[in-house]
Design a protein. Structure first.
Length: 151
């Protein structure tokens, strides 16, 4: 019985490892994945930002919908940050993403927390609260970009 349990655990661990490795066949695939996720996030975050800045009329339902998308998407791009995918071109991650991975992961978690708060606030339909939550979320984006992204 013990042997069967150990064999089952070993199989599960090996399958988990294979799926993580197989997620991206090439480094370029990881780059495409994270860029796509960030592009979708930016589009929806920008719509909320336009409302918060008064460049677009405030639409509570649209703000809530866009915030939900941003919150959901915020969990995706970080799987695409694999070693060997930094660069020097504009917008690419700096090499310190990998040398300071704990700090990078902490910044990612802060972003996820802030956009989750934004989504919750946006459901309430109060523009002033949306503005405040948007500002906090934008500050977390800026913090990570300033430290880990090539200008």
């Amino acid at each position: 019985m013990k042997r069967l349990l150990l064999a089952s655990i070993a199989t599960l661990v090996s399958l988990t490892s294979v799926s993580a490795v197989a997620q991206f066949q090439k480094p370029e695939d990881a780059v495409k994945y994270r860029k796509a996720a960030f592009t979708v996030m930016a589009a929806h975050f920008g719509r909320i930002g336009a409302m918060a800045a008064g460049r677009a009329p405030f639409d509570a339902a649209a703000a809530a919908s866009n915030a939900e998308i941003v919150a959901a998407m915020s969990k995706l791009p970080y799987a695409g940050f694999v070693e060997g995918t930094s660069g020097t071109d504009k917008g690419s991650p700096k090499a310190n993403v990998w040398t300071e991975r704990a700090k990078f992961d902490d910044e990612a978690k802060k972003l996820q927390d802030e956009v989750t708060k934004l989504a919750a606030v946006a459901k309430g339909g109060n523009l002033d609260q949306v503005k405040a939550a948007f500002g906090s979320a934008a500050a977390t984006c800026k913090s990570c970009h300033d430290h880990f992204r090539n200008p």
